[in-house]
Design a binder for this molecule. Structure first.
Ligand code: NAG
Ligand code: NAG
Ligand code: NAG
Length: 469
């Protein structure tokens, strides 16, 4: 009987976490560097690997390859609807902030192979899409289509809006959905902050992390009567939660950390009419991660970054069979280039698989299928809600990257929760049960690219901080 892997995985991780934190006293306030990094050195409680090994694995192996991958046509164009209205409240527009603007692509910038609506994950499917157009034009049924192909296309379409999705999926066919070139619209500091930005993160934490409303998140500037003890109250509440719900919180916190690292690393340092310059702002980084300035929360946030990295890494290593199928193509229309990019993609996936993650997956939740299914559903609904909140982000560029990263994380969760379907995937031919859309694929790898970049950036900040007292 297949046991839900993610559950065991999370239980394994958190069990270790509990064991490790019991024996770990916070180090005394020390150098600027250790005030941020005290919890991310040596052995991580999230896996039996140490931070140094993980950093080296990411910074020298995964990161450079991912950068090349994400610069390819297939991965740089993301189709997204940035004009959806916020389902929860009225949004203050931040169109006034220049750096929030997103330049959508002119239609001739995007390769034909990507723009065409039909599926081209396989030559067969491509042929069938063409044949369909042809057949429609001639008003005749094309006999040359194999039944298998028809079935594959039908299944793919159906599974795109299946109940497995962790995100509220944009209607890609909507005229409001546009292609965005991610390389031309990098995630960086935009000036979007203050109450509006806080409202977004508050909704995510306060209303969506399985959390009773009475418990305030520490250091929430919107919370009234913030006191010394509130942080402790929050963490004792967190300890009392069941492990999966804590894992959910850690994922969201890891994502939040990652976004803040990007904004600190690409801060708008100089803004004059003649010159704009983005770069590292160590003060900004410290305000978000320094142990003293954040009343102890900062180092925990960084630890959660490693947690989300390990979860997404695990998802990638699990989804390899889907991409390894010979009929899977990263179709842009340039056959030679598409082949190269697919090889690179597989190389990265094999790399993720080679990373020695030693989880003790055997001793938890054995035989509790029903609870697991219920939990998956809860996870899914909460996560979907978070993806809808992204339509409430007032700064359009932040909305773009928020949507992309939540969709990517949602795709990782979908993979982990569908593990048995992937394991049973036939080598050839259509898989009846597991499928990823182009949007999911693009967001999955770009989201992982963002986390990978954050871990790499930590190295830079560590070096900057070493020069401070
Ligand atoms: C898919 O169809 C397009 C034209 O519609 C063609 O240019 C391309 O070569 C086809 N790709 C494959 C893999 O058959
Ligand atoms: C979804 O989020 C909104 C806005 O934060 C909230 O009002 C609503 O209760 C949430 N629903 C669920 C199911 O979490
Ligand atoms: C760095 O960020 C801080 C806020 O954390 C800000 O006050 C400061 O002006 C920034 N430095 C530069 C050079 O922009």
């Amino acid at each position: 009987m297949p046991r839900p892997l993610l559950l065991q995985l999370l239980l394994g991780l958190l069990w270790r976490c509990a064991a490790a934190s019991a024996s770990q006293q916070p180090p005394p306030a020390a150098s600027a560097e250790s005030r941020c990094f005290c919890q991310v050195t040596g052995y991580l409680d999230d896996c039996t690997c140490d931070v140094e090994t993980l950093d080296a694995f990411n910074n020298y192996k995964v990161f450079p390859r991912l950068q090349t991958l994400l610069e390819s046509d297939y991965f740089r164009y993301y189709k997204v609807n940035l004009k959806k209205s916020c389902p929860f409240w009225n949004v203050n527009s931040h169109c006034g902030i220049r750096d929030c603007a997103v330049q959508p692509c002119q239609s001739d910038e995007v390769p034909d192979g990507i723009r065409s609506a039909s599926y081209k994950y396989s030559e067969e499917a491509n042929a069938s899409a063409k044949d369909c157009e042809e057949a429609e034009r001639l008003g005749a049924v094309d006999e040359s289509l194999s039944e298998e192909t028809v079935e594959a296309v039908r299944q793919w379409t159906r599974h795109d809006d299946s109940a497995d999705s962790f995100c509220e999926v944009d209607d890609i066919q909507s005229p409001e959905a546009e292609y965005v070139d991610l390389l031309l619209n990098p995630e960086r500091y935009t000036g979007y902050k203050g109450p509006d930005a806080w409202k977004i993160w508050n909704s995510i934490y306060e209303e969506n992390c399985f959390k009773p409303h009475s418990v305030q998140r520490p250091l929430n500037p919107l919370a009234t009567g913030r006191g010394e003890n509130e942080g402790n109250l929050f963490y004792s509440w967190l300890e009392g939660l069941c492990v999966e719900k804590r894992a959910f919180y850690k994922l969201i916190s890891g994502l939040h950390s990652s976004i803040n690292i990007h904004l600190s690393a690409r801060y708008l340092l100089q803004d004059t009419w003649s010159k704009k310059q983005w770069g590292h702002n160590v003060t900004e980084f410290q305000q978000r991660f320094d142990e003293v300035l954040t009343q102890g929360e900062g180092p925990r946030r960084l630890k959660n970054l490693y947690f989300i990295f390990l979860i997404e890494l695990r998802a990638l290593s699990k989804v390899l069979p889907f991409f390894e199928r010979p009929d899977f193509q990263l179709f842009t229309g340039n056959k030679e280039r598409d082949g190269e990019i697919k090889s690179l993609l597989l190389e990265i996936l094999h790399l993720t698989k080679s990373f020695p993650l030693h989880f003790d997956e055997n001793s938890f939740f054995v035989g509790k299928q029903r609870e697991a299914a219920k939990l998956k559903e809860e996870f899914r609904l909460h996560f979907r809600n978070i993806s809808r909140i992204m339509d409430c982000v007032g700064c359009i560029k932040c909305r773009l990257w928020g949507k992309l990263q939540t969709q990517g994380l949602g795709t990782a969760l979908k993979i982990l929760f569908s593990e048995s379907q992937i394991e049973n995937m036939p080598e050839r031919g259509p898989s009846p049960t597991f499928h990823l859309t182009r949007q999911e694929i693009v967001s999955l790898f770009n989201a992982f690219g963002r986390i990978s970049t954050s871990i790499k950036e930590l190295d830079n900040f560590r070096n900057f901080l070493q020069t401070l007292p």
